[in-house]
Design a protein around this ligand. Structure first.
Ligand code: UDP
Length: 323
């Protein structure tokens, strides 16, 4: 049995589906604060919070857990600056509860959802794993702390891990069964699609004076299904006895905000009204990740790298959203 912590959320639910398709049995543990009950269409759902160690132990008693995928975290960068306590308690302290429970029940393998936000403002592009990690907000810092904790737990308790540092997760299940649904929504692609659908008046472009080809920020958008594939490969790798490590997951290719909007106009065939706005504090101008390490070590080959494919699947989901 595989425990998918945070499996009712955007990325976790896609990995849960992929695990099911591969014939794995899963139990999703989620507090449903941001996750959706309807997103857990495969495996078993157990509700609960990681702060509740008794409830967590109940799960480890009830199921014969072989390994853990850990997606449960708060992920609003701006909020992490104004409410760091919320982020350090949920993302760090609660993860410690999970790891300590794993150690207690002799569960030795974990795939952890990390982020390119651990790098802060990288000195060079594309970002490689050996670059300095200097997060510029509590969200990124909380994820980096867990990376450090995992490394220490590995040495002391033999916990084996893969930290996967995502660049900009985007898109939706190509079969349209699940997709991205945040409340509040702050991510670029769902906001663009909301403007395309007429659910919002316009999409704001945060900053048009960056030192980039068109002045707007560049990000490396990676299809959530490609992320799911990488997680399954990471699981196989650890189960084969692979050494514990951290890896970037991205396409090594950037799209600017304005390019994403233009591609969305083409995919949706809709007008997308735009408001040019000031920079959002804390946004690095460019973030593009090299996933050479994941390619070499896991044999990972992203299939849906084209921004139009990402937008196609996201739009398909947006038009028939189930939650
Ligand atoms: N962005 C934007 N308008 C929005 C939301 C985001 O211009 O309404 C920009 C943001 O500044 C960043 C990119 O889109 O450069 C991706 O932002 P998102 O919040 O989706 O992900 P992040 O890169 O912050 O993880």
């Amino acid at each position: 049995m595989i425990l998918v912590v945070g499996g009712a959320g955007y990325i976790g639910s896609h990995i849960n589906k992929r695990l099911y398709q591969k014939g794995c049995e899963t139990v999703v543990f989620d507090n449903l604060v941001y996750g959706h009950r309807e997103a857990v269409r495969w495996g078993i759902l157990e509700t609960g919070d990681l702060s509740d160690t008794e409830r967590l132990e109940e799960i480890f008693e009830k199921y014969n857990i072989d390994m853990v995928f850990h997606f449960a975290a708060y992920a609003y960068v701006g909020e992490s600056v104004t409410e760091p306590s919320k982020y350090y308690n949920n993302n760090v302290a609660n993860t410690l509860h999970l790891l300590d429970t794993m150690v207690k029940y002799h569960v030795k393998t974990i795939v952890f959802s990390s982020t390119c936000a651990t790098y802060g403002i990288p000195a060079d592009m594309p970002v490689t794993e050996d670059m300095e990690q200097k997060p510029i907000n509590p969200y990124g810092a909380s994820k980096l702390m867990i990376e450090r904790i995992l490394s220490d737990y590995h040495k002391a308790y033999g916990l084996n891990y893969c930290c996967l540092r995502y660049f900009n997760a985007a898109g939706a299940d190509p079969e349209g069964e699940i997709g991205e649904s945040h409340n509040p929504e702050t991510h670029l692609i769902p906001l663009i699609l909301a403007a395309a659908a007429g659910d919002r008046e316009a999409v704001k472009v945060f900053g048009t004076d960056y030192p980039t080809r068109d002045g707007s920020c560049i990000r490396d958008y990676i299809h959530v299904t490609d992320l799911a594939d990488a997680h399954l490969l990471a699981m196989d790798y650890l189960q084969r006895g692979g050494e514990s490590l951290c890896m970037n997951l991205g396409n090594c290719k950037g799209n600017s905000v304005l390019e994403v909007i233009e591609a969305a106009r083409e995919i949706t065939q809709k007008e997308i009204p735009v408001v040019l706005d000031k920079r959002r504090p804390g946004d690095p101008p460019v973030l593009v990740g090299s996933a050479e390490k994941a390619r070499k070590i896991l044999g990972w080959e992203p299939e849906y790298g084209d921004i139009k494919v990402i937008l196609r699947d996201a739009w398909n989901w947006y038009c028939q959203k189930k939650f």
